[in-house]
Design a protein around this ligand. Structure first.
Ligand SMILES: [Zn+2]
Length: 260
């Protein structure tokens, strides 16, 4: 009888150790122990605020765009990739006759008062991907961003807006807020000024009361930089909106845009 009890105790111990190991390795999630799914936002919560956002960079226009916006008193939000149009870890760009690394470019964008957020490492559409792939895309990008600005972002935008329940679960466990948009310039597709203007006007010219908006643009096209952005600045200001970062437009304190 005593032998049996010892046997039982040993078996129970092994089971609990095995469970502990499995939970630690992420094979099993205990009820109540799993993180909440990431929240998805597509508008600013504060009326009268406007979050201008740029995806797919950094690229050769980032440095001067960051300066230009800062000179206008505008803080924008940049959803960047570690490796998309450029490889941030290895590529360089000429700025005013001087070579800068893309890490220096990200630092410049950050230091100009803008918010840096994640757009995955390699611009991967996340719906349907394994947890491992989703985590790798997010964590590799965090490493790149941290190597440039010394901290990790807590806001992200999924490429192509591609999401599913599992993606939100994994992003939640990594501590991310997910940011979509309510104005889509479609600049990447049309490169057409008139249709881009229409996208903005269809929202801002038809408001019964003032809302808060998140506008999607891409910083990698010269037409966006040269034509669309200057117009957006004047137009949005003429509507008496205040340009803010995504963190601010969603009512978060400024420092919540990053973690160490
Ligand atoms: Zn993108």
């Amino acid at each position: 009888m005593l032998t049996f009890f010892f046997f039982l105790i040993i078996v129970m111990h092994s089971i609990s150790y095995f469970t502990l190991l499995a939970v630690t390795l992420g094979f099993v999630s205990l009820p109540g122990a799993s993180a909440a799914s990431a929240k998805v936002y597509d508008k600013c919560v504060t009326p009268g605020t406007f979050a201008l956002t740029f995806d797919d960079g950094p690229y050769k226009y980032s440095w001067s765009l960051a300066e230009k916006l800062e000179a206008e008193g505008i803080a924008a939000t940049w959803f960047v990739n570690g490796k998309n149009w450029v490889n941030v870890a290895t590529d360089k760009v000429e700025v005013n006759g001087e070579m800068k690394t893309y890490k220096q470019v990200l630092q410049k964008v950050h230091d100009s008062g803008h918010q840096i957020a994640s757009h995955t490492y390699s611009h991967k559409e996340l719906a349907g991907q394994s947890n491992q792939v989703i985590r790798r895309e997010m964590q590799k990008n965090e490493d790149v961003i941290r190597s440039a600005i010394g901290k990790r972002p807590t806001f992200m935008r999924p490429p192509a807006g591609s999401l599913d329940k599992n993606v939100l679960k994994v992003l939640g466990s990594l501590g991310y807020h997910v940011v979509l948009w309510d104005i889509d310039s479609n600049d990447w597709r049309t490169h057409n000024f008139e249709s881009e203007q229409k996208e903005y006007k269809s929202v801002l010219d038809n408001e019964s009361e003032k809302g808060g908006h998140i506008a999607l643009n891409h910083e990698v096209y010269d037409q966006t930089i040269d034509e669309l952005v200057p117009w957006v600045i004047d137009y949005v200001k003429s509507k008496n909106y205040r340009f803010v970062t995504v963190a601010e437009c969603l009512g978060f304190p400024k420092e919540s845009a990053y973690r160490n």
